[in-house]
Design a protein around this ligand. Sequence first.
Ligand code: UN1
Length: 510
Amino acid sequence: MNVNEAKKLVMNGLDLHEINSGVYSGEWIAAEGRKTIESICPINGQALGSVTQGEDQDYEKVVAAAEKAYKEWSALPAPRRGEIVGEIGAELLKNKELLGMLITLEVGKTVSEGAGEIQEAIDIANFAVGLSRQLYGLTIASERPEHRLMEQWHPLGVIGVITSFNFPAAVWAWNALIAAVVGNITVWKPSSSALLTAVAVSRIANRVVERNGLPPIFLLACGSGRTIGDHLVNDKRVPLISFTGSTGVGRSVAEQTSARFGRSILELGGNNCAIVTAEADIDLALKGVAFGAMATAGQRCTSTRRVLIHRSIYDDFVKKLKDVYCRVNIGSPLDPSVIVGPLVDKNAVDNFTATIRQSEKQGGHVIQGGKVMKMNGCFVSPAMIEISKQKGIVLEETFAPILFIMKYDTMEEAVQIHNAVPQGLSSAIFSTDMRETEYFISHAGSDCGIVNVNTSTAGAEIGGAFGGEKETGGGRESGSDAWKYYARRQTVTVNYGNDIPLSQGVVFPV
Ligand code: UN1
């Protein structure tokens, strides 16, 4: 299929137009008088459609609607909220192919990865349905007679969700669908590089809400960081901001929200490393490293950016990995034989080139790829760069398919190098020796939020909590008990006796 055929299919199938409203406050604001942003297809550099941008007054309307909706939504029993989220999951499933292809067209993922991202949103919807009947609190044995002590979890209210281009649907779903079953309303500010996906997903979710006669719980506010983003981050009516993006912007989001005693969930940069030991299953490790480094053209937070290889297998492994890189088809992600599509935009291509130049200046040796392809669109050949020392640009995250390759001698040394970066999102070890793998997942091993044994740094399931340490920001989203971030914990003491005994044995004879 070519881009034009796919575009026709997707725009008709999802009812997207040349200009689409990007603000939903219970109704879609009219486009008139507002700026629009074109969504550019990175495969051929052409416009797919445009989305209107929210202004200050639109933001006010959205938050006022959110506050109003919160009263009604939070009063519904959680399992009823779960049913609504379940219906949204079913609608996403119905539209999986079209939405996946929209992601392909808008950000350049392969068809399989585009569909996989929608599957990730469906998975979280299903998880959220179950969760809606499992929002458990504890009861605690009281030290006082005839007293009950317990913990309960209430919704927070209006939550701001700021997402990045690389998972334009799934990360919204992680946040919005979990937040919804807990009883919250979300205001979504999507990346300006993936606006059509945000509009399409929001419309599907909101149609479900509307047909159930409920108030708007999934609000959308497309717009610039400076208008919508800044408003959200500084708005006292928004007690929690979930932010996915760069460490630089995340730091400022954290500072601004905490200055007003708001909370933030931060999912920031990664610098993920795979260790390939002398005991690795080589074929498996090759596949795991190749997927981690090249899937989504290296534009996942979880992408493998460094690989540490044991000296005894180094030459052999690097040669085999190079062969894999040489075999990889780069081109239109609509072509089923292609596994590396374009970068998201020209800026990303410039960053790719600049990182490679800088690493060469700092002693790096490009042994494969690293070129901008002579094609329309934003295509590059994934780079393998040998380095002897981990320094300079290697310590930063570049959102592009660049893999830094190093050798090591001992496991202790491998772990030391592995952890010696500012970020701490995902990690992997490839080994069949349980002493090595257990060491790596022990407290003395990987310092990341996510650790993988014999599988890639990328491609986490939704069931676990997702997030990382250090400059990755410390947030957790998605599965496990990450729902607690979207709730306030309340400790309840109930005295059902006729006396009022005091805790800690205090006597107060009034
Ligand atoms: C991200 O890159 O922000 O683990 C999210 C993965 C995906 C999610 C990535 N499930 O690679």
